[in-house]
Write a protein that binds this ligand. Structure first.
Ligand SMILES: NC(=O)c1ccc[n+]([C@@H]2O[C@H](COP(=O)([O-])OP(=O)(O)OC[C@H]3O[C@@H](n4cnc5c(N)ncnc54)[C@H](OP(=O)(O)O)[C@@H]3O)[C@@H](O)[C@H]2O)c1
Length: 294
């Protein structure tokens, strides 16, 4: 069996890149693959092996992390003819960390199980954006066979996050993730509308924060997003296109009649993405709302 500190990271976007960097820093033996290989340059300088294909990345790894936008891309990388799954080492651990959705994750668990019953599937989406990921401070919503995978994955999770919650059988992480996203997205919309109203009434985001600071309504998340709104810079911590995807996953997993605000926010964010905000941070919903101002 290969070395338990040997790990492959597939997908070097905002989150996957941070994961790979932190694992390298912690002394793991890291192989990486990304569709656009240029994103690996900083990692290679720090000792990562840049693989030519997903299969090449995983062939020595005891654990494989996938961090892609959705099920379609994750399936393609894992299950296509030249995909990673067939090349994984016997008994390796697959740690799926992207936000794929509930039914989608259940489907992937079943397909991986059918193709490779020896591979342990750990469903572990995360809560936290790019900056917390870079600082190793995300929360990991872990699920799956902890008894079989724990000795390999727990040291990995200790590097990637500051909190791991084990939630039961594989698929439970995906369920909790859509719940957490409902809260995050509702908060973001509330922050943007609150800042809009403040502005209409002649208050800056700073005035607003001064009133809230120190009290129970002043969350660190609100401060981060209000700073973005004040600066007008929406570099993606969490891209709006993925926020829109996550809204769809929440509405698909829940009873949408009982989620009227989320339903409305989805329509609004759909329009915002179509208006060109898709690759900006979700805080750019504030800028989109400006277009509605009289
Ligand atoms: N950012 C957050 O705040 C956050 C927090 C929690 C969970 N998540 C979830 O984590 C996942 C990744 O998010 P992210 O923010 O890291 O995304 P991102 O920065 O947009 O990166 C997306 C990654 O997926 C790759 N990719 C996209 N389409 C592909 C395709 N057709 N074939 C192969 N690779 C493809 C990209 O490759 P290229 O570099 O070649 O484009 C890149 O590596 C998503 O499910 C997201 O919902 C994100």
């Amino acid at each position: 069996m290969s070395d338990s500190r040997s790990i492959a990271v597939l997908g070097l976007g905002a989150m996957g890149h941070a994961f790979a960097a932190n694992l390298l820093q912690a002394g793991f033996d890291v192989a990486v693959w990304n569709r656009s290989p240029g994103k690996a340059s900083g990692l290679v300088e720090n000792g990562a092996r840049l693989a030519e294909s997903p299969a090449d990345a995983v062939d020595q790894a005891q654990a494989v992390i996938t961090m892609f936008p959705d099920l379609a891309v994750t399936r393609d990388v894992l299950l296509s003819d030249d995909g990673a799954l067939v090349a994984m080492t016997e008994g390796a651990i697959l740690i799926q960390m992207g936000t794929l959705g509930v039914a989608e994750t259940d489907r992937l668990i079943a397909e991986v199980g059918d193709a490779r019953s020896d591979v342990v599937f750990i469903d572990a989406p995360v809560s936290g954006t790019k900056a917390p990921a870079q600082q190793g401070k995300i929360a990991i919503l872990a699920s799956g066979d902890r008894d079989r995978a724990g000795t390999v994955v727990e040291p990995v999770f200790e590097v990637l996050g500051n909190k791991t919650q084990w939630l039961g059988q594989a698929g439970q992480g995906a369920r909790m993730k859509v719940v957490i996203n409902a809260w995050l997205i509702s908060m973001m919309q509330g922050i943007a509308e609150t800042a809009q109203l403040a502005d209409t009434l002649g208050f800056t985001t700073d005035d607003l924060w001064q009133v809230l600071e120190g009290g129970p309504l002043a969350t660190p998340y609100m401060k981060l997003k209000m700073d973005m709104i004040a600066s007008g810079e929406f570099d993606p911590q969490m891209a709006m296109q993925w926020g829109l995807k996550d809204l769809g996953l929440a509405l698909e997993a829940g009873d949408d009649k009982a989620l009227p605000s989320l339903s409305h926010i989805r329509n609004l964010w759909f329009d915002a993405v179509n208006a060109g905000h898709g690759e900006q941070d979700i805080a750019a919903i504030y800028a989109f709302l400006e277009t509605y101002r009289r």
